[in-house]
Design a binder for this molecule. Structure first.
Ligand code: GUN
Length: 293
């Protein structure tokens, strides 16, 4: 029997634990962690993400600061806002929603965020810490994937892991996290030769390539753990659209030992891990040991 990994339920439970921990550090230390989210422009998908992040933040008892900026904002003005947020003691975490408009240098903006407040884990200091095994704020989506993998596979050590996708947001940090748990890691991507064959080697297969249903059922090793990070909107016959992952779910599910659905798999985990990161940042900035959740 295939286990369908219920990301929605796991995320809800994690959010509840973050909420309890926030209440606890409030009682013990008199602090309320704060998370600032910066949205530039009107991209509808980004607006939905930011709204959901704000809701989850408030629900867990953190302070939420939302900054919605016009798409035409000058880079210097965005950098000035980040500088203010860096210096604002009520702000423990800063997230700048990506993508940013083309006239803004996203790298420059991400590097302006104080690494201690970088809840996305995108700053080069946190990337370096993650790869070297130092305490880091780590990117939320791969952190959520690791939680789901651990839930079905307590011993990752020695397993073959194949990640399809090499982004800075998912593929590369996912590789660092799996390597840290002593998996043998391959980062494959859209130009990898013999991709099917490589995927067939995977005990843990993570699809984060952004191509709808690219990973077919006969690419999945029987008994593998399949984590589908893709969220792709594709047209349906009737003029409407539906969401699919990077994995052909109906083909892959019968072969997998465990698999994440789309929607309801990886997606909800990202926000839960974000508010966990905000709590961790708030604790570390004040020399408090972050709780293990
Ligand atoms: N856009 C898509 N995913 C992410 C994410 O994890 N963080 C940020 N800041 N922007 C995103």
């Amino acid at each position: 029997m295939t286990t369908i990994i219920d990301g929605k339920a796991i995320a809800q439970a994690l959010r509840a634990r973050v909420g309890e921990a926030v209440a606890e550090i409030g009682r013990a230390h008199g602090i309320q962690p704060g998370l600032a989210v910066v949205l530039v422009g009107e991209d509808p998908a980004s607006a939905v993400y930011v709204r959901n992040k704000g809701k989850a933040t408030v629900e867990a008892g953190l302070q939420s600061f939302e900054h919605k900026l016009d798409a035409s904002i000058a880079q210097a003005d965005l950098l000035a806002l980040i500088d203010r947020l860096n210096r604002d003691d009520a702000v423990d975490g800063i997230l700048v929603q990506l993508p940013l408009p083309a006239h803004i240098d996203a790298e420059r903006v991400l590097q302006a965020i104080d690494p201690a407040k970088d809840v996305d884990g995108f700053h080069p200091v946190n990337v370096g810490r993650l790869w070297t095994g130092a305490p880091a704020l780590a990117p939320c989506t791969p952190t959520g994937c690791m939680r789901m993998i651990r839930g079905v596979l307590p011993k990752i050590s020695g397993r073959e892991a194949v990640i399809v996708g090499r982004s800075n947001i998912v593929g590369k940090p996912m590789a660092a996290m799996l390597l840290a748990e002593s998996a043998t890691v391959t980062i494959a991507h859209s130009r990898t030769q013999d991709l099917q064959q490589r995927c067939l080697n995977a005990d843990i297969l993570v699809a984060a390539v952004g191509r709808p249903e690219m990973i077919r059922g006969d690419w999945v090793k029987p008994g593998a753990i399949v984590i589908d990070v893709g969220i792709n909107r594709v047209p349906r016959g009737d003029g409407k659209s539906r969401l699919v992952g990077d994995v052909a779910y109906d083909e892959a599910a019968p072969r997998a030992r465990a698999i994440t659905p789309v929607p309801g798999g990886v997606g909800p985990m990202t926000i839960a891990c974000l508010i966990e990161n905000a709590l961790v940042a708030a604790c570390r900035r004040r020399g408090i040991q972050p709780p293990t959740l």
